[in-house]
Design a protein around this ligand. Sequence first.
Ligand SMILES: [Zn+2]
Length: 174
Amino acid sequence: MPIYSAMDSPDIRYMRLALRQAMQAEAAGEVPVGAVIVDGAGQLLAQAHNSTETLKDPTAHAEVLAITQAAAAVGDWRLNGTTLYITKEPCPMCAGAIVLARISRVVWGMSDPQRGGCSRFSILQDEQLNHRTDYTCGVLEEECREVVQRFFKARRAAPQSQSAGAAADPYPDA
Ligand SMILES: [Zn+2]
């Protein structure tokens, strides 16, 4: 399967890059969630995947790592005008970071109605916060879900190979 074709919309094209990051996470034994950030001109500012196990850091979600990269790339913590693509709906921590970074738009694949920072907690559109982020969900949803389900299926099939830390994954409902 090609990474993208000329017929793909920009949202699908960038989500494929996020999916590629998710697959890198999968190869590293991480819960497979990937993110990319692009600026208003479509220039890629950041690519990252979930690294909580590798970095032994509960905050090392794909979105947080990508935001740090993008801020370094533009030399400013304000990321107005950028779009973040993420294979799974941001958790409450990441949704908070997205609002703090003033990211203009978030696009994700699979939603998380149980714990999602938007569909459960509405953080991206809260009137009491000083920034609101637009969002689009369901882009390449099937592919994004498939990579997560494949990961957990493999993990259930080989429970002895997993560390105790891996059991406390950051996306337990996936
Ligand atoms: Zn998160």
